[in-house]
Write a protein that binds this ligand. Structure first.
Ligand code: NI
Length: 224
């Protein structure tokens, strides 16, 4: 028997539903994309104690390669000789924060001295980049409340401490982040160890795969 090819009336009638189906699909797809955008989890990587001539440079290279922004809380006395790294941070869209001039515990020194630790560092940053610092990460996580009337910088803590400086162990540092990471986390690394540079970039790769967006810390703490 000859097999019949071609379309019959019923098929033609069914085809009329195609434009409607397309419209429904476009609407659903469009809405899904919008919802997905709203739900993109954000993360802020922060690096303390730099700039370091070797490891900060490695981190900057890795972040640039991946198109990722981070925040660097620099120590004032480490700036001299590393001005180019500060320029890079600024030009490549990272945020530069203040980690005091000589890594002082701010509640153990006179208020005036504490304010100078922060202001001196801000001035050094401004000399290189044209902008002073608006955010400070107090060494040892200890802020001096009295400073709130003397300096205009906002203290920024963290939600995940990688303990990278104690373990100096890449897998342990990566695991510390990956087992607890969530939307809006602020992760604390130190850009003065080879292991930290390596671990931070591994964390970036893993979180990019999970759909995280990397933002500078101001975007998390000033979010409405
Ligand atoms: Ni520190």
């Amino acid at each position: 028997m000859k097999k019949r090819f071609g379309i019959n009336i019923r098929t033609v009638r069914d085809l009329r539903i195609v434009p409607v189906l397309i419209c429904v699909l476009v609407l659903c797809f469009g809405e899904k994309t919008l919802a997905e955008e709203e739900m993109t989890p954000q993360i802020a990587l922060t690096f303390d104690d730099g700039p370091h001539p070797v490891y900060t440079a490695q981190i900057l290279d890795g972040l640039k390669e991946r198109g990722v922004k981070a925040t660097f809380f620099v120590i004032g006395k480490n700036i001299e000789g590393n001005e180019e790294l500060l320029e890079r941070m600024h030009q490549e869209g990272h945020l530069i924060g203040n980690h005091t001039y000589s890594h002082k515990k701010l509640d153990c020194i006179e208020k005036q001295a504490a304010a100078e630790e922060l202001e001196k560092t801000s001035e050094l940053v401004e000399r290189v980049t044209g902008e002073g610092t608006q955010f400070a990460r107090p060494p040892f996580g200890v802020w001096n409340k009295a400073l709130e009337y003397d300096v205009t910088m906002l203290p920024v803590m963290w939600s995940i401490d990688t303990l990278d400086w104690t373990t100096k162990n890449v897998p342990a540092t990566v695991e510390k982040v990956m087992k607890q990471v969530k939307d809006q986390d602020i992760i604390l690394f130190h850009d003065c160890y080879a292991s930290s540079a390596q671990a931070a970039l591994q964390v970036v790769d893993l979180l990019l795969d999970q759909g995280y967006e990397f933002v500078t810390v101001d975007q998390i703490i000033l979010a409405p």
